[in-house]
Ligand binder design. Structure first.
Ligand SMILES: Cc1ncc(COP(=O)(O)O)c(C=O)c1O
Length: 487
């Protein structure tokens, strides 16, 4: 055996090696944070050329491996905290989240069984109980932390599907899918996240199982179209296993009318899952909490803390209203969650999760809540929503800029609008503006489509960004657009 310092342990040498490696890494991060640029502007080809794995017989040692990571990874990373970095639902992280990562990483607890994460398991369960309370679910602990929105949506859809079959006396878990599957449908709005389609494909039901409901002028699900399509589905002999409502669509931040959807679904005994990956942040807001009214009525909920809760990736949760549905995915592994353990009340969380080995990501939210307190947390969440409204007003006053939709959460959809040019020309121009700004390293602005219109998107999660920063960014957008027009 060579060097025992390679493994983190209680030995003096290991602790010294750990501290050296962490000191060297944090010093590099500090230097990187102080870089003024958002991105060094390298192209895909340049990075591909430059970055190569050095895996030789002897090993480089920790110090050299860290130096190489600084050179090849850190220097060309995107500064997500930069005021001009506003393309995606990709947040800068809380300082306390970084501290939590130190604990999570060094202790390397695994959340599948209590004997691998004793205090962590109890903390996660308590946090799930607290989250349920925020949503308005009955007291209980049905829910689990996940890798993010996609996995939480998968859990919601899978349990909805299996509950649907269970009502007909069939166990999908035991016997697989059955019957005419072409008749089995999920309804969601045209603006729901693509993970609905991907998850339905993964579950063996295909994209064709997803019926898209029309949206109104604010990208929210049109409930009258939902009612019509549900009636049509019934007439066609189709069976609806779930409705997925969205609280905070990826681009527009639209929140579907949750209470109306839940009321309609209740009449037909249809499972409602709410993808609140983004809008779930409003649970902490005093000003905007009411946007989520109706959330307490649904069967399952996706929350994502690596969006507007400012946690490092990854950190999400799935909440299940009725704990009995967890039976549908129950599996007992003798080495993890035995009967014996369950009879003795040992909370082995593997029974609630699709994952087996799992990080203690809940600690980040736990420490975030404790460090910030409700008031400060609410303030940094509300900041983005208010800023988006101010930016939208500013955009409407600018020549060459056109607001595409009134903001609802913390995003602004707009486009550069030359005096002349058909739809395709304007679409290409806006795409080029987005590309040129990133290539120059100046800004990362989203390029997306709203109602078929190619537009630019500012996702204003970052609470350290103010209207002045965004005015500068919009100035760059205009300048770039005019340059491209003249070129
Ligand atoms: C509304 C919505 N749901 C789900 C997801 C997927 O979440 P994740 O990337 O955490 O899997 C996203 C991602 O942006 C989203 O915007």
């Amino acid at each position: 055996m060579s060097d025992l310092n390679l493994i983190l342990s209680g030995s003096e040498q290991s602790i010294a090696a750990y501290q050296d490696a962490i000191d060297q890494s944090t010093q590099a991060v500090v230097a990187w944070l102080k870089q003024p640029e958002m991105y060094q502007g390298k192209t895909v080809e340049q990075l591909r050329e430059r970055i190569n794995l050095e895996f030789n017989a002897e090993g480089l040692g920790n110090q050299a491996a860290i130096e190489r990571a600084v050179e090849y990874f850190l220097k060309d990373s995107l500064s997500v905290h930069h005021p001009q970095c506003v393309a995606h639902l990709h947040c800068p992280s809380l300082v306390i989240s970084q501290a939590a990562e130190v604990f999570i990483n060094a202790t390397n607890q695994s959340m599948d069984s209590w004997d691998q994460s004793p205090s962590a398991t109890i903390m996660e369960v308590k946090l799930v109980e607290w989250l349920r309370e925020q949503v308005g679910f009955a007291a209980g602990d049905a829910g689990v932390f996940t890798s993010g929105g996609t996995q939480s949506n998968l859990m919601g859809l899978m349990l909805a599907r299996d509950a649907f079959f269970a009502r007909q006396g069939h166990s999908v878990q035991q016997d697989g899918l059955t019957g005419d599957l072409s008749k089995l449908k999920v309804f969601c709005s045209e603006n729901a996240h693509f993970s609905v389609q991907k998850n339905m494909a993964l579950m063996g039901l295909g994209y064709r199982s997803v019926t898209l409901v029309k949206t109104d002028e604010f990208s929210r699900m049109d409930v009258s179209d939902l009612a019509e399509k549900l009636a049509q589905a019934k007439a066609n002999g189709e069976q609806v296993m779930a409705i997925v409502a969205t609280a905070g669509t990826t681009d527009a931040g639209a929140i579907d009318p949750l209470a109306d959807i839940a009321a309609l679904a209740a009449k037909e005994n249809i499972w409602v899952h709410v993808d609140a990956a983004w809008g779930g942040a409003l649970l902490l807001s005093e000003k905007y909490r009411h946007y989520l009214n109706g959330l307490e009525l649904v069967d399952s909920v996706t929350l994502d803390f690596h969006k507007q809760f400012f946690q490092t990736i990854s950190c999400g949760a799935f909440l299940l209203k009725d704990a009995r549905h967890y039976q549908l995915m129950r599996y007992q592994a003798a080495y993890l969650n035995s009967d014996f353990d369950e009879e003795h009340g040992v909370p082995n969380l593997v029974s609630k999760s699709l994952q087996t080995t799992r990080r203690f990501d809940a600690l980040k939210l736990w420490m975030g809540l404790e460090a910030l307190g409700k008031k400060q947390y609410a303030e940094i969440i509300d900041n983005g929503v208010t800023l988006a409204q101010d930016v939208a007003t500013f955009v409407t006053e600018q020549p060459h800029l056109e607001l595409v939709m009134q903001p609802q959460l913390a995003s602004v959809l707009f486009r550069f609008r030359p005096e002349q040019g058909d739809t395709a020309f304007v679409a290409l121009l806006n795409q080029r503006i987005g590309d040129a700004l990133l290539a120059s390293g100046a800004a990362n602005v989203g390029v997306t489509e709203a109602d078929g219109v190619t537009c630019l998107k500012l996702t204003l999660l970052n609470p350290t960004v103010n209207l002045q920063d965004i005015k500068v960014l919009l100035g760059s957008v205009k300048e770039c657009g005019l340059q491209l027009l003249n070129a």
